[in-house]
Every structure is written in C-alpha cells, then in structure tokens.
Design a protein around this ligand. Structure first.
Ligand SMILES: Nc1ncnc2c1ncn2[C@@H]1O[C@H](COP(=O)(O)OP(=O)(O)OP(=O)(O)O)[C@@H](O)[C@H]1O
Length: 465
C-alpha cells in the first residue's frame, strides 16, 4: 500500500526506458521536434552525469553569496557537526561516506537550515553537492510524527526523480519514521486517498495533478518546496507553468529552494518567479585551459586518409587511452568498426543508445577495459574522462550552422588547472573548409596548432616528448 516505488528497484532499468513524461499543459502538443530533442539531451545528460559520477566535483573557487538581508550574519560551516542535525541524520550523512560539507554545502546548508527559514536560489555545476544539500534540508525540516506531506520536491523527469529519491532514502536510512512518496506517472492512487508520506518527490505534471485535481496532496502543510535542475526543467514545454502553479498553491512561509547547474537568462527569470525574496549562492565552475595541451593537425583528403593517419599515429606512439570525436553517428560507427578490425579494443558511444547503456560504456572505458572511445558530440558533452591522454577530433566541432564550435573544442580537449596533466590533441582536417574552421579556432584561443606529417614516423614520435 506504500506509495514508494522501492519494490520496483530491480525493474528500474526497464522502467527508465520509457520516454519522459509528456507535457500536459495546453498547447503541449505543439512542442516542436528540435526543442524536444534538446530537452531530451539535457535531461539525459544530467542523468548520465549522475549515473557515472562516483565522487564530488571539487572546486577551488569561492562561493559568491548575495544575501537578501545583508545585515544578517552569514555562517559557513566546515563540519556537519556544526549544523546541529538530529543524530539520526548526522548518522545518515556519515553513512553515505561524507566527511565534511562540500564547497557549496558549507554556505548553503546553514542558510537552508536557518530559522526563520530562508529562500534560496543556488547555482553550481553538476556534482558539487546540491542534491545532497537540499535532501539534508528536507529531512531536517520534517516532523516525523506528522503523517502528511511536508516537503515537496520537483524533478524534470521520471528518471531524475528516482535518482533523487534514492538519495533521500539513503540519507534518511536512520530515520525510519520519515517516508517518501513518488509522484510520477504510473503511480496511481485510489480516488479520495490522502498521502501520509512526509516527503513527496515527483515530476511537475503529476505533482500538479496530485495537488489540485486529485487532491492526494494537501499543500497547506508543505514547509519546504524544492525545484531541482531548473535549467533542465524549463527546457520542457509546460514544466515552467506547472511549477509556477504548484508554487502558488503553497502556504505563505513555505521555504522555497531552487537549484540549477547553469544560469542563462531564462533560468534566472524563472528562478526569480518561483523563489521570491531569495538569497543567492553561486559557485563558478573550474575553468578549462588549453595551456597544458599540445595541439596538432593533420591534413587529409577524405575519411579513409584520416583513418590511415590515425593508424600511423597508433603505430608510432603508445597511446594509453584515447577519445575520438566524430560528427555523425554513421562516421562514428564506421570508425569504431574499422578500429576493431585492426584489433583495437574500442568502445562506441552513440546517440541512439539508452542512457543506462551509455553510462555502462563510459564506466568500462574509465576502468580501462577499452582503450579507445569513439563518440559523437552529443553523448560526450560534459563528461570528464581524466585519464585520457589523447583526444582526436576526427571531425572538428561545428555548430548547426557549420561555424566553429570553440566551446565544444575547449571542452573536449581542455583540462582544468587541477588535473594539469599534459595532454595531446590531434585534429583531422580534410578540406579547405575545415582548415578554415581550424584557423578560426586558433584565432579564437590565440593558440597555435602545429602541423603534423603522419607519414613521417620520427616526426610523430617527437610529439610525445
Ligand atoms: N559533502 C560531501 N562529501 C563527499 N561526497 C559528497 C558530499 N556531498 C555530495 N557528495 C557526493 O558527490 C556526488 C555529487 O553530489 P550531488 O549529486 O549532491 O551533486 P549535485 O550538485 O546535485 O550534482 P547533480 O546535479 O549532478 O546531481 C554524489 O556522488 C554525492 O554522493
């Protein structure tokens, strides 16, 4: 009779294969294809990041804080003890292997736990500890003796809601009286039923139905409202309006918290709408640099020549692990097959693969089970594979208009200062047009890319010195 989907854990991969919740707002049918693809990517990317992440993304930057009341003291904590959590929660936190608060948690946690409750908008890149922070805040605010919803959390998709639900269950392990309900599609309740679980996590469409039409959730007792992954959220048509409608049904004094990995203008506008009288916390992402990267280009006439050049490079130098980027799935598939024929252990990452499959491929690559990862753009964006020593642009990165995509170029081959290992990047240039693109990339970064003659073994060997 429990609402939680815990029993379904084993079937999760199967469940997750179902496409994301369809927009239910009026006009939702009109979602145009392009936008739909983008949305899929964002949500999928975010899920992928979560699936492959095994630790915290550290930062050397200071958090930037903008307080609503600049006169109120600003606390930051260096330990979880300083937060005076309930003992079972502190156990829950340590049980997850957390020793001390992450950079963003140092500031965000005291602010979220303060009395009277304060609203917060927080931005920091994926993996910096946002989810853990708001989960802790929700769990702390719950009164376990009250059997009705007190915390409401919105996630952009079914799969992301499940992921966050898992964190709530893990951190709340030592708090058996706190229960969690999933307001996601497929989770049907009987008419007239009222939810007794204190925390509800779900997607906007279902949560809205449960709060309004179906009245499964009594919103008047909600103390904490969390909107997670705001940037992914607003990429889906209808989610923005649904979130705002849910937010409007909450009682005054309800604490509002919003999190986002990025902060474009549209996200910021949305954030201000759903989180009034907010404090603001931002953590800059670590900057990537080309300073420690040796960059080369190889002139070719077609993809066969590019392949031959690649083979020559492999014949001349020892490459521990390489990532090779192609423009289309077709080229990626072809190249992976050719390399396999040559006896390379190749992994292929491609857009038609399901997120779980992609995560598995990346995991195997990270473990060194395969030495070459061939991929298209979409799949590998945002994935750091630190041990990769060589990055090959089999096709140069271009945007949809065919202009150089410098951001992607930097992201593919750049390193953050922290990992400052030297890297090697090789660009395959196959026409005047792509030489022009490379020139523009050089100009953009004001960094020279050296020409490499792959028919000259000695010359190739030199690049590793
Ligand atoms: N204080 C901490 N100490 C150690 N590990 C932590 C800490 N806080 C979070 N983590 C771990 O770091 C990883 C990233 O944390 P979390 O998922 O909370 O980040 P996030 O910013 O929400 O990223 P995403 O949006 O991708 O979920 C998780 O594996 C989490 O268990």
């Amino acid at each position: 009779s429990s609402l939680s989907l815990k029993e379904d854990r084993n079937g999760e991969a199967k469940e997750a294969a179902v496409p994301s919740e369809t927009p239910q707002a009026p006009g939702g049918d009109a979602v145009d294809k392009q936008e739909d693809d983008d949305k899929e990517d964002k949500a999928a990317q975010s899920l992928l990041n979560k699936l492959i992440r095994n630790n915290l993304v550290q930062s050397t930057h200071q958090v930037e804080v903008l307080q609503r009341d600049p006169n109120s003291p600003l606390y930051s904590v260096k330990s979880f003890e300083e937060l005076h959590l309930k003992p079972e929660l502190l156990q829950g936190v340590y049980g997850m292997g957390f020793n001390r608060p992450s950079k963003i948690q140092e500031t965000a946690l005291p602010m979220m736990l303060a009395e009277p409750p304060q609203n917060l908008i927080a931005q920091s890149q994926s993996g910096t500890g946002k989810t853990a922070a708001f989960v802790l805040a929700m769990l702390s605010r719950v009164d376990p003796s009250q059997k009705h919803p007190q915390c409401l959390c919105l996630s952009p998709t079914y799969e992301l809601a499940l992921q966050t639900g898992q964190v709530i269950e893990l951190m709340g392990k030592q708090s058996p009286d706190i229960k969690l309900a999933y307001a996601v599609r497929g989770n049907r309740l009987e008419k007239g039923q009222r939810i007794s679980e204190q925390i509800v996590i779900g997607t906007p469409g279902t949560v809205m139905d449960w709060c309004t039409k179906l009245r499964f959730i009594d919103t008047k007792n909600i103390k904490v409202f969390v909107l997670d992954e705001a940037d992914v959220m607003i990429a889906t048509q209808g989610h923005q309006d649904q979130s705002i409608r849910i937010q409007r049904s909450l009682p005054p004094g309800c604490q509002m918290l919003l999190f986002s990995a990025t902060f474009e203008e549209s996200v910021w506008k949305f954030a201000q709408k759903v989180v009034p009288e907010h404090n603001l916390i931002k953590l800059k992402r670590e900057e990537e640099t080309l300073d420690t990267i040796k960059q080369y280009y190889v002139l070719c006439n077609n993809k066969e020549e590019k392949y031959q050049a690649l083979c020559n490079i492999y014949g001349a130098i020892t490459i521990a692990q390489a990532m090779i980027f192609c423009h289309t799935r077709k080229t990626a598939g072809w190249l992976a097959a050719e390399l396999s024929k040559e006896g390379h252990q190749v992994a292929l990452l491609s857009g038609e693969m399901m997120v779980e499959q992609r995560a598995a491929v990346i995991q195997r690559f990270r473990e060194g089970k395969e030495k070459v990862l061939v991929t298209t753009n979409v799949c590998a964006r945002g994935i750091d594979v630190e041990q990769v020593s060589v990055v090959i642009n089999f096709d140069l990165p271009v945007d949809k208009d065919g202009n150089p995509d410098c951001e992607t170029y930097l992201h593919r081959i750049g390193r953050t200062g922290r990992f400052g290992k030297r890297g090697l990047a090789i660009n395959m240039v196959e026409s005047k047009h792509s030489m022009n693109i490379l020139n523009r990339i050089q100009d953009h970064f004001n960094k020279k890319v050296e020409k490499l003659d792959t028919d000259d073994l000695d010359e190739i060997e030199k690049i590793t010195n």
